[in-house]
Each structure stands twice: as structure tokens, then as C-alpha cells.
Design a protein around this ligand. Sequence first.
Ligand code: DAH
Length: 328
Amino acid sequence: MDLDGIRAEALAAIEAAGDDEALQALRVKYLGRKSDLSAALRELGNLDAKARAEAGARANRVKKAIEEALEARGAALLSQRAGALATREWLDLSLPAEAPRKGHLHPITLVEADLEHLFRGMGYRVVEGPWVEDEFHNFDALNIPASHPSRDDWDTFWLSDGNLLRTHTSPVQIRAMRRFGAPLRAIFPGRVFRNEAVDATHEACFTQIEGLVIDRDIVPGHLFHSIRAILSAILGEEVEARFRPSFFPFTEPSFECDIRRGGRWMELCGMGMVHPKVLEAGGIDPLEWTGFAFGMGIDRLTLMRYGIDDIRWFHGADLRFLEQFGCA
Ligand code: DAH
């Protein structure tokens, strides 16, 4: 076949090719070793020099034209495919994304953080103790006798190794006295555990904050003043508080503090002057040092601060309740 014929046939076939596979077959057919063009090039050897140069140049132009046609058709097929894909699958980048949900602190954590801040301002250090306690720190060192009801199986979560989940934060008093000595001003916030049936005002796990001040010549007036100041700051108003005589094995004398909310007196915390035996258990000389201690439930304080009616809201998973405490 003559070169013009080859060229015309090849370009028409390439233009009609429907996919890459067809194009590849045409490349072999028109440019491959067995193609008419290759045969024509091989025959150039038989021509004389002048004719060979001329025919060679023509054959190369045909070859180049076929290569260019293959390339152009390939690019056209590719953009056809991309166009089809773009109408089938597309991404709307202007669609507003769902904003990530931002977390916030739990109401009990908020009150705990405020308490820590207030006490630090009054010179207290913040100390945490272990949740798993031994009998010595939780009871004996606090002058709680073996016959005391809180040591009963029904009131305390005992572990199989003889230890227990602490029933109050008071054992940290002993740990702090032994570690830091006197004088001392510290609070001990944290979780405590009791074998309770859960109802609107009782949880088996709740949060307490314990306070301890050891110094010379401490009197109950120091205690009453500190408690009033803290409660007023936490509840955001001057609170009406009363202090009643009470009993705790680890304080002598002991008091209970009630505050007036909406015309009713509510019991809020226990306190007293640290018992000499407790000072001794903490390695502090009761003839030289005096002190006061108190323990309050942060959960109950949180209920009062926000006017919440049921302690079970705190550990329920109802986000509608919890989301009220996020800052906007
Ligand atoms: N530990 C007591 C309780 O959990 C609370 C308490 C009362 C702590 C009097 C004190 C205190 O430090 O002096 O019920």
C-alpha cells in the first residue's frame, strides 16, 4: 500500500476507535513490526540514495502523523471518561459540615474546681488519697472502734484482700499529717463509696471534700468562719448557717452545719476539733498542736447551687441534663 493510503486509513481508524484497547490494537497494526509502514521502511534499502532520502522523510512524516493521532485520540477518550464520571459522581464542597461537638465539665467537677480555687486562696494545699484504703486509715486511725456501724459489711464495700473502697475522705487526714507534719492546711477532694441503695439523695459513689487545719491555738471560731466564707462563695450569696453539736469519733467537740435554703434547714457537713487520738495517729503531738477538720458532700452542694432535685441526674447519661452546664 502506498504511504498516503496507509496514512488515510490509519487516521480514519484511529478517529473511530472507541476505547484504549482499540487504540492499542491500532498502534500495533499501523506502527508495529508487521505493519505496512514498517515494511515500506524496510524496502527503502533497495532505493538509490536520493530516492531513499525522499521516501524516508515521507515515511517518517506518516509515522509521526499516526503517532500524533493516537495520542490525540487517547487524550480525547480520557477527557470523555472524566466528563462522564463528573456528571455521575460529584462532591458539593459548599455543603456546611457538621461541627464537632465540644465537651464541657460536669457540674460536680465545676463545683469541685471552684472549691479548690477558693481554698487555695485561703492558703490550703490540695492533696488526693487512694480510693482503695486499708482498715487502719479508714477506721482505726480515725478513732472509729471495731463496733462502729460504718464498719459493718452492709455499709462498706470490702475487697477480698481485706482492704476496702474508702467510705469517706477522712483517711487522707492521716496520710497528709504523716507526710507533711504540722502546721498544715489542706483539702482532700475525691470519690467515696458506700453500700447504699440509690435514691434521690443517696448514691453508692459520691464526691466529698475534706478539710484539715493544724496549727497552734485553733478554736471552733476559725472553723465556723471558714465554712461560712466558703459556702457563701460557692452558693453565690451570704448563706444563713447554723452549727449544731454532733458526734464524730475523730473530732471532739463535733458539729454539724446546716444552711437555710428556701425556708428549710438542710444538713450540709460534719466538722469539729481534731481528736487528740487522731493527731497522734498522724504523728502530731496533741499537747503542742490543735486543729479543725470538716467533710462535706460536693454532690449535695452542687444540688443546692443549681437547684437540682435528684442526685441520680449526675450519673445518668441524659445529655439534655448535662448540656445545661456547658458554656456557650
Ligand atoms: N467523714 C464524715 C462522713 O463521711 C464527714 C466528716 C465529719 C468529716 C466530721 C470530718 C469531720 O472531717 O470533722 O460522714
